[in-house]
Design a protein around this ligand. Structure first.
Ligand code: SF4
Length: 314
């Protein structure tokens, strides 16, 4: 069942000196119930804006967002409120996301109070259930966020996102602020919860080595657009887009020599002044004349299962 669909979703911001910054451009994707879609790209590629726009935490400029078949693009905030139960977000900074003045028990009960779910007793029971789900002891309910480590705080943030039993979670760089050893614990926790609860997750990260461990499919973003999207195994085994190949070559992998790394030249172009044609042409070692003139559409590859936006694959 398709849980979430975006159709040509775009988000433009007003930049300096009247420039229009195209953060997200014509993104069309779908996410099935219980599926994990990893969204990867360098900092500033628009992936976090995409996640926030999908949740209507920022308003889309154009395009459509469908959730459980309902067009939610233009729903009022009031009409969105009951839907918020089903759509949650986990942020990068667990400390900033948790109110330091409240005990964990209150933090976890708050979404239930806001949505008027249950009474005080059932909410207390739910808090203990949530703590258990994320591997924290019942005593954690009586402590403040600063009494926990970074990894434990992220577990609390995950528990809060689960409080209302959502169908969709947007995990926005959810492990980026954590030590590498803690990262793998949180990734394993997210993977286990996803299996146990049947969650759909839009897992946003700049790190392809993180994305590949949790995602069924991967969408690679560059300058606001998806340039490659498909099953994780297919993309990891045979990336097609030159940008994806460069991202993948940066990950140490068995059987791949260090010298085979593709080093991207130059900087990501200014999104307020995106290049004509393929936005990647200024950094692409395989760029052709047509690449500077025509933007390649995202099309199904002729012989691979993924979709690719590149003139190398007509
Ligand atoms: Fe490179 Fe051209 Fe493909 Fe863009 S369209 S990735 S510039 S080959």
């Amino acid at each position: 069942m398709i849980l979430l669909e975006t159709r040509n979703l775009s988000k433009t911001y007003a930049g300096a000196r009247g420039a229009r910054v195209q953060a997200v451009s014509e993104v069309s994707l779908r996410l099935d119930a219980g599926e994990v879609l990893g969204v990867v790209g360098e900092s500033g590629c628009g992936k976090s804006t995409l996640g926030r726009t999908i949740l209507r935490l920022t308003e889309p400029t154009s395009g459509q967002i469908l959730f459980k078949g309902q067009d939610i693009t233009a729903l009022s905030l009031r009409a969105m409120k009951p839907l918020r139960r089903d759509m949650q977000i986990i942020f990068q900074d667990p400390f900033g996301a948790l109110n330091p003045r409240h005990k964990v028990g209150h933090i976890l009960a708050e979404p239930l109070i806001v949505q008027r779910v249950g009474d005080a007793e059932s909410r207390r029971a739910r808090v203990l259930e949530l703590l258990d789900l994320v591997g924290l002891p019942p005593e954690a309910a009586a402590l403040y966020p600063h009494e926990f480590s970074g990894g434990q705080r992220q577990r609390i943030a995950i528990a809060r996102a689960l409080a209302l039993d959502p169908a969709l979670i947007v995990a926005d760089e959810a492990v980026s602020a954590l030590d590498v050893s803690i990262q793998s614990q949180i990734i394993n926790l997210i993977a286990a919860l996803r299996r146990r609860l049947g969650l759909a997750i839009l897992f946003i990260s700049h790190d392809l080595s993180v994305i590949r461990h949790v995602s069924d499919r991967i969408a690679v973003m560059y300058l606001g657009r998806i340039v490659e999207m498909g099953p994780t195994e297919a993309i990891m085994a045979a990336p097609q887009h030159p940008y994806t190949r460069a991202l993948l070559s940066a990950i140490p992998r068995a059987g791949v020599e260090r010298g085979q790394r593709i080093v991207l030249q130059g900087e990501v172009p200014d999104p307020a002044h995106p290049p004509a044609g393929c936005a990647f042409h200024s950094r692409c070692t395989q760029a052709m004349d047509i690449c500077k003139l025509e933007r390649p559409p995202l099309l199904r590859h002729a012989t691979a299962p993924q979709e690719v936006a590149c003139h190398l694959f007509p």
